[in-house]
Design a protein around this ligand. Structure first.
Ligand SMILES: [Zn+2]
Length: 138
């Protein structure tokens, strides 16, 4: 075997090895990516769980009877039929609940603004409607 042939042979070997290493590395990168995605998901879940406490919900009662219940961290855009045919436009977004619009004469419920903590409520007396955040705050 001449010197030239030897060099070519070792070059071929080197490129094969390089290919093997490359494949190995990209597989490892896949694992790192997968782990990173899983970890990010876990961290986000933990943050959400901390922020939301243990299962905060928005309870809607009309005349003392619960007519609807939503998770506080959901998107809700509903018209609630209150007592005596009254209508309250309930909105839940970004962890806050509020009455966006209502056809009650005083519109106090609309002016009560947004609620987000357990125990807070928006009340519409003419429609006998109570929107309350339930659950524990962390
Ligand atoms: Zn009202």
């Amino acid at each position: 075997m001449s010197e030239v042939e030897k060099t070519q042979a070792s070059q071929n070997e080197a490129s094969t090895e390089e290919h093997a290493v490359h494949t190995k590395n990209s597989k490892r990168a896949d694992w790192i990516l997968l782990t990173a995605v899983l970890l990010t998901g876990l961290v986000l879940f933990a943050i959400m769980a901390l922020r939301t406490g243990t299962g905060q919900r928005v309870s809607v009662r009309v005349d003392g009877t619960e007519v609807a219940s939503y998770w506080l961290y959901s998107e809700v855009d509903e018209v609630i039929c209150g007592y005596d045919g009254g209508e309250n436009h309930l909105r839940i977004s970004g962890g806050q609940a509020w009455i966006a619009d209502a056809d009650c004469p005083d519109a106090l419920c609309v002016h009560m603004g947004k609620i987000s903590k357990a125990g807070e409520s928006v009340i519409c007396l003419p429609h006998r409607l109570v929107v309350e955040v339930t659950g524990e705050n962390s």
